[in-house]
Design a binder for this molecule. Sequence first.
Ligand SMILES: [Zn+2]
Length: 294
Amino acid sequence: MVDLIKRNKKLFVIFIIAIIAAGFCFFLWRINLSEPELKEELAEVENYFPKHKIIGQSVEGREIEAFIFGQGEKFLLFVGGIHGGYEWNSSLLAYEFIDYFNINSEIIPENVSVAIIPCANPDGLYKATGKEGRFILTDIPSGVSLDNYRFNANNVDLNRNFDCKWKPESTWRNKIVSAGTAPFSEPEALVIRDFVLENNPLAVVFWHSQANAVYASECENGVLPETLKIMRKYSLASGYPAIASFDAYEVTGDAEGWLASIGIPALTVELKTHEDIEWGKNLAGVKALLEYYK
Ligand SMILES: [Zn+2]
């Protein structure tokens, strides 16, 4: 009996020494990794986890978030919810894409990075959802008008606050809307501007609803040839009709027009309804752009 305990003690000590030795070897191996090797490992890990950034705040102090997937030098930006709760489905679509890329990151080509800003107007969206950030379909009230949730907390139409033919008042269908006190007077528009200038995207897509179309963009100098190309790609894949020039009514200060003015191709994707994210159509459209920039 005494012998048995002695032998087990010996085995236990040997076991502990083996663990310590293995740990020491691992430590030596890690500190011997060169800096490029470490960087490469880190990059591999980062590819599987999106970078989540708070890129700014709304008038009422709500966070404006960006999720960035991939490591490639070709930077693509997708923005939902610039018209807040009135177009909540454009934000829900953006959140669905974030979930999708979280588990399907391999779909993003090596040379591409994708950034998603799910809601550019969190105060307007909050009025509809009663929630900060991610929401689900059942958070949306039914049977009430969401028209006024289109604006930010200063009652400004953010998609009239950008620096392209800006005027203090603009139009939305047959209504006069406030476009702010100056181009980029609103914090939400500033956040988008600064994020764009910092990351210099190759293309930007804004999701809206509900005109059932993919629109090109322009300011003073017409539509960029590249914009027409990606408009056709998204349109063909998604089935939303392509419209090169929006002429239903005069729009000033729109984000897409400002992007055109600084040479960045931008699309407005208008979902067909206010109720559905039209996932299959938009997944096909986004995949077509990823393929194009590969
Ligand atoms: Zn809109």
